[in-house]
Every structure is written in structure tokens, then in C-alpha cells.
Write a protein that binds this ligand. Structure first.
Ligand SMILES: [Zn+2]
Length: 353
């Protein structure tokens, strides 16, 4: 059988820089280029049609992952917010991961994209398109010196918070069942950060923000509202997922929500387990389309940062999801919007050009 070219996927969130750092940093980029046990690497990307996406620069909290995993196996769970990370602790980690992304570009593994035109050009040339994204703005000082320097290095997307408190606002805890309405909204500094990012053309990512913070951004920002990797509360009542009112606000603003492949945010029981039919992902997609329309639905896998459904497994398994959409009756035009078209449109609006 002749092999069919997979539908290109531009994806809202991956944590492969976390994996690269864990595998030794600079020398580990060879694994990305030649093959690895990561969810994202070049050979698997070619096989699965992974055209690129947002590469998260994330400062991990000193969590005991075994304890976290055991906790999330319970029918209900409520992990406390990790302690705040001081700026002087966050900054070197952000520098290290930004440098790893730049090294990957220097080695020809990907292209750091600063505009929608850059992403289109990379996709046309068959190069992996990377958007530099900082997940949790702990490294950024209130005077925005670091923000200016990161922008010059290619930063075009920022999540003000991960799931912990910062000087800007608070993220949601890993809590099931729970709404996202679990803490205070943005601080005055957080509101200044939103205005600053709007003015600079840095996309704001609302995944991880609690609900009050979300509504603060909705009120202040003049850009489309975007949650790069979040699912629907209606089908999985996890604090990380979005209520119908939030989905409606995203659609009204012209924004997008990227479907998160993390099984704990997909499965109705909130469990982080890979055994899960792809039909569950289609339930979330159907609901997003019902609430928002097909122009506001995208993908935000969380590859290398979460347990993904076993039928997908890595970027090499993306065609299984595309095929599931087809089998579910989605037309090709809709599939292309979800796979990459909606991301390109909303980034063009947000960044300009
Ligand atoms: Zn995340």
C-alpha cells in the first residue's frame, strides 16, 4: 500500500525541553535529532506528521512524582499547590531551556518561529516549526527586563502561571473533582503583565490559570483568548479544564482551545492512565465544537509532560487521532482546521503579520 502523507499537526504544547534537560541537556539534543524514548523527536515527528508547535520552557517544582502519581490514582484527589519558585531560582532554568531550543535550531533540527509567516514557511519547507513558550512566569521580573530579553531571543508565548502561586496570579491545583474557581485573580503586577504582552505581541496562554485569573485576562486583554492545552469540564471535572462559560468566552474573542492529550484531563474519572479509547477525545472535541464552533478548536498535546492515550503513544501516533476524527465523521476541512489551520489563524491575529 502506498503511504499517504499524514495531515500536518501544529500543536499547542509539548515538554520535550524538560525531557532533554533530564537526559543531560546539551549532549541530549542528539537524541532529539536521531531518535529517543521521548514523545517528540525528529524521526517520530516525520512518521506522524508532527509539523511543530509550542515548546514549553517550564521550571519544575521539586515534586515527588511517585507520590503525585499515587495520589492521582485515587478516585478523588487534591494535590496542594507547590511552593512559589523565587525568580533567582527560576531564571537559570529558563536560560538553560531557551539555550537548548536555540541549540536545536543551530543544529538544524527545528526553526524558532516568530510569526505565522515563519510557521508557514517552516511547514512548507518540511522543517519543524517551534514557538518559544514560557510556562509559568516566575523568571520574569516586575520591571520586565527578562521579558524584553526573552522576546529578543524569540519568545512569543507566555503562560503567566503554572499550577502554583506567583507574583502575577495563581494556577489551579491538580484537583478532581473541582472547578477551576479555586483562588484569587491576577495581582496588579499580573494585570500589567497582560497589558505588556498585548503591546509586545506575546501570546498569553490561559491553561493553568484559575478561573478568576482567566476572567481578569478576558477583561483586560484585547487579543483572542487562548488556552493551549485544556479540555472540557463538562466531560472531565478536573480543575485544569474549562467551564462552558469559559469556552464561550474563548469563542467570542476569536481564540482557540487546544485539546490536551493528558489522560487525567480527558477521562471522566480524572485518572492519569493510558488505557483509554480515542472516543473520549472525540467527546471533548464534539463538545468544544458544539459550544465554540470548529474555528476555535485545536490540539495541545502535552507530549512529554503527561501520560497520553496508549493508541497515540507519541507524535508518531498522531495519525491514529486524525483517523479517529475521520471515522467519527469530521470532514477533511474540519480536520485541517483542528490540526493546524486554527492555530495559524489565531497566531496571525495575536502577533500581527
Ligand atoms: Zn501545562
Amino acid at each position: 500500500m502506498a503511504s499517504v502523507k499524514p495531515v500536518p499537526v501544529f500543536d499547542g504544547h509539548n515538554d520535550v525541553l524538560l525531557k532533554l534537560r533530564g537526559a543531560g541537556g546539551r549532549p541530549a539534543t542528539r537524541l532529539f535529532r536521531e531518535g529517543s524514548d521521548f514523545h517528540v523527536d525528529l524521526p517520530k515527528a516525520r512518521a506522524g506528521g508532527f509539523a511543530g508547535g509550542f515548546f514549553a520552557i517550564f521550571v519544575p517544582s521539586p515534586l515527588d512524582l511517585a507520590v503525585m502519581k499515587a495520589e492521582m490514582d485515587k478516585p478523588e484527589y487534591d494535590l496542594p499547590l507547590p511552593d512559589p519558585v523565587p525568580q533567582q531560582a527560576a531564571l537559570p532554568v529558563v536560560m538553560e531551556k531557551a539555550a537548548l531550543l536555540m541549540q536545536l535550531e543551530a543544529e538544524g533540527a527545528l526553526r524558532i518561529c516568530r510569526s505565522a509567516a515563519d510557521i508557514r514557511a517552516a511547514m512548507d519547507a518540511g522543517e519543524m516549526a517551534a514557538v518559544m513558550h514560557v510556562e509559568g512566569a516566575e523568571a520574569i521580573d516586575p520591571e520586565f527586563h527578562v521579558l524584553d530579553v526573552l522576546y529578543a531571543a524569540g519568545l512569543r508565548s507566555l503562560g503567566p502561571v503554572w499550577s502554583r502561586p506567583t507574583i502575577w496570579g495563581e494556577g489551579v491545583p491538580f484537583r478532581y473533582p473541582s472547578t477551576g474557581d479555586v483562588g484569587p485573580g491576577l495581582t496588579e503586577d499580573g494585570k500589567r503583565l497582560v497589558r505588556r504582552c498585548d503591546a509586545m505581541g506575546i501570546m498569553l496562554d490561559l491553561s493553568h490559570l484559575n478561573e478568576k485569573g482567566f476572567w481578569d485576562v478576558a477583561e483586560i486583554s484585547e487579543k483572542p483568548l487562548i488556552a493551549t492545552h485544556s479540555n472540557t469540564y463538562a466531560f472531565c471535572p478536573q480543575a485544569r479544564n474549562l467551564s462552558d462559560a469559559q469556552l464561550d468566552a474563548v469563542a467570542r474573542s476569536g481564540g482557540v482551545v487546544g485539546l490536551n492529550f493528558a489522560t487525567g484531563f480527558l477521562r471522566r474519572d480524572g485518572q492519569m492512565r493510558a488505557q483509554m479509547p480515542l472516543a473520549v477525545m472525540l467527546e471533548h472535541l464534539d463538545h468544544m465544537i458544539r459550544r465554540m464552533g470548529e474555528d476555535h478548536v485545536a490540539l495541545g498535546s502535552d507530549f512529554d509532560g503527561a501520560v497520553v492515550p496508549e493508541e497515540i503513544g507519541s507524535v508518531a501516533g498522531l495519525p491514529a487521532l486524525i483517523e479517529a476524527m475521520r471515522a467519527h465523521g469530521y470532514a477533511e476541512a474540519r480536520i485541517e482546521k483542528i490540526a493546524h489551520g486554527n492555530w495559524l489563524r489565531v497566531l496571525e491575529t495575536t502577533w500581527g503579520g
